[in-house]
Design a protein around this ligand. Sequence first.
Ligand SMILES: N[C@@H](CCC(=O)N[C@@H](CS)C(=O)NCC(=O)O)C(=O)O
Length: 302
Amino acid sequence: MSELILHHYDMSPYSEKVRLIFGIKNLAWRSVQIPMVMPKPDYTELTGGYRRTPMLQIGADIHCDSKLCAQVLERLHPEPSLFPDGDEATVWGLSRWAETGFMMGVLIFLGEGGLFDEDFVEDRKKMAPGLDEARLKTIVPAKMLQLTQNLERLEGQLADGRDHLLGGRVSLADLAAFHTTNFLKVHPKTAPLLAAYPKLCAWLDRVAAIGHADRKELDSADAIAIAHDAQPIPFDGEPADLPDGLAYGDTVAVMPEEIGSGAVTGTLEPSDVHEIAVRRTTERAGELVVHFPREDYLVVKA
Ligand SMILES: N[C@@H](CCC(=O)N[C@@H](CS)C(=O)NCC(=O)O)C(=O)O
């Protein structure tokens, strides 16, 4: 099987979720460091225009969004599982709720300033249209309280002395809650919030200790060459029924519902109900299949 190549940057919280999955499953992986702001020419050469971080490349298959990275890694490397006690719907639900903390933190960082350079702030403001400086400042107090509510609930979940959010064993929900909580440490406005939650702090240390397994750096041009020399893996499952008006083989646009992520155009490939796949060809990367999770992505005829 082709190598696992994560396109990411070290500060990216959603990428941390995937790096910890490598840790749990003790996997060897290649790390391609991508720019934190647009343009990201080598990245979008592979994704077709999707800009959010991270993306997992396996040969000529490009997996966008950390939710899909988790699904794919669980399918290819089922043990140890990200769902050790089953309860998949609970784990996905808890993960989704925990990740509401990400935008709360980002909005506080942008409203308060002081952490990122001008390029970064300008780039991220373009992803949140309508949020000018004045409006950002007015919502910081509300976001601080929303974040505090999330932290209270996490502390409450750990109150009986359990090691992880759903019991004794680590699950995907821990990783989702970890990356959105641990990144609060980087800003002087949010870092002090954590001190009130001793069980949460001990749990953060436990999850951090999982580590990232076996990481080796790779240049982005080499990752594109790897895609060029590979063939996308054919889908061998039961394709999902498509709603009226769509057919496999259509030229479609995949439109992320998260604003400012970038749409991707290609030919709709068969896939199951858990993912969307489109085929596209570029000069540098050759024939690719770009995959997205079903959740949070729209498919429309181009
Ligand atoms: N739903 C996406 C969200 C990813 C996301 O928002 N990532 C942040 C960085 S942690 C991002 O893309 N920021 C803009 C960028 O990196 O260009 C996922 O789960 O991967």
